[in-house]
Design a protein around this ligand. Sequence first.
Ligand code: S3P
Length: 179
Amino acid sequence: MNIVLLGYMGSGKSAVGLQLAIGMGREFVDLDLLIEEQLGQSISEIFDLKGAVYFRKKESEILREVLNSKNGAVIALGGGTPIYGDNLKWIKDKKNTLSVYLKIAIEPLVQRLWVERHNRPLIAGISSLEALEEFVRKHLFERAYVYQQADLQIDVSDLSVEQAALAVQNIFQKEQGII
Ligand code: S3P
């Protein structure tokens, strides 16, 4: 089974995914990194130079390649991946793929994103913490119903990366009847 991690920007998909893959001895695939490698540009450069529509098209294509070729991997999506096109349906229809939503409360999320906002084109231009919070509240509200369609969900608001990775491993193994 592949484990697909989804959730809002800053929820820890990449860090938790890497830790989970190490802990379970699995391959780790970070979709954003793969897009950057395949296109030879950073996500910010792709948005700036080619636009959001181009990015979403490539994101979809590369997601399909990953889902069709991997088995037993931990796959961290981008925050927008399940939102666009048929991506969520693709993920849900794959029999060898279990999706986990990393849910996080607004306060820790905004704190984290404020520090990291420069690498994220959707929020890089926001110039105050208050404006970022307002944006994130609205945006997460719009997206949450999609994230909630994941097979499983974990609230990672109060968890360290290591704790969150263990929590995902635990819920996955329970779901699989392994423990
Ligand atoms: C996006 C999230 C980013 C990246 C791109 C768009 C989004 O990934 O794919 O900037 O639409 O939420 P992270 O969730 O890894 O930051």
